[in-house]
Design a protein around this ligand. Sequence first.
Ligand code: ARG
Length: 253
Amino acid sequence: MKKMTKVMATVIAMAMIICGLTACGGEAKSNTIKFGTNAEFPPFEFVAANGVIGQFDGIDIAIAKQIAEDNGMTAEIENMEFDSLLIAIQNGQIDAAIAGMTIKEERKEKVDFSIPYYQATQVMIVKEDSDIQKASDMADKKICVIQGYTGEICVKEMGYPYESFKKGTEAVLELVNGKCDVVVIDAATAKKYVQDNAGLKIVEDAEAFEGEEYAIAVKKGNTELLDKINKSLEKMLSDGTIADLGIKYSVAE
Ligand code: ARG
């Protein structure tokens, strides 16, 4: 009987050691950060033959990779519709969303945001010969926006009717084909579309469109990951990494 107890004690002790080493029973520590994005938003995220991570390239993808590296981890990218990102965070399908995502009060109710890493604003893309000069000139025009983007929220708040598309490229095609008069979208992405399509120009209205800040979203209360992300972002902001990425991806794509 005594011997039996000793054997049992040894077995339990060994099991405890093994469990301690492999974290069994507890939540296994993953060495990857699963970032969700919507790779339809150049220069922040787009699909390319030789991307920074697999087929994904852009400022955000480079930032995601660096965040993982700074923490001795690997970054994985999951591409989905922009509209699905917050739900994917909430149900644990992804750890974080990096998608040129603007901090908004209504989004803050669903997820936690990192420190901001990029200042943005909405602009209007119009045909070169358009008479639109300010946001209120859109009143009697056909407006195109992208579903779920802050551009849609802005136009809705202005009270103008609009049509929404799943992708920026679809809205821009509509504009190029003369089926709509103006596309409201984030400035850096607008610049890309104007570079890629002849006959378009950008119209700004800083009074009508307020400044926006992009940040990374994580599950509410996931301070462990948020701390890692924030530390890495702070470093990349102060050592010029993010500024350099902005230059690299806006000029040389
Ligand atoms: N900044 C805008 C927003 O937060 C648009 C972001 C779109 N991002 C993307 N990866 N498709 O709504």
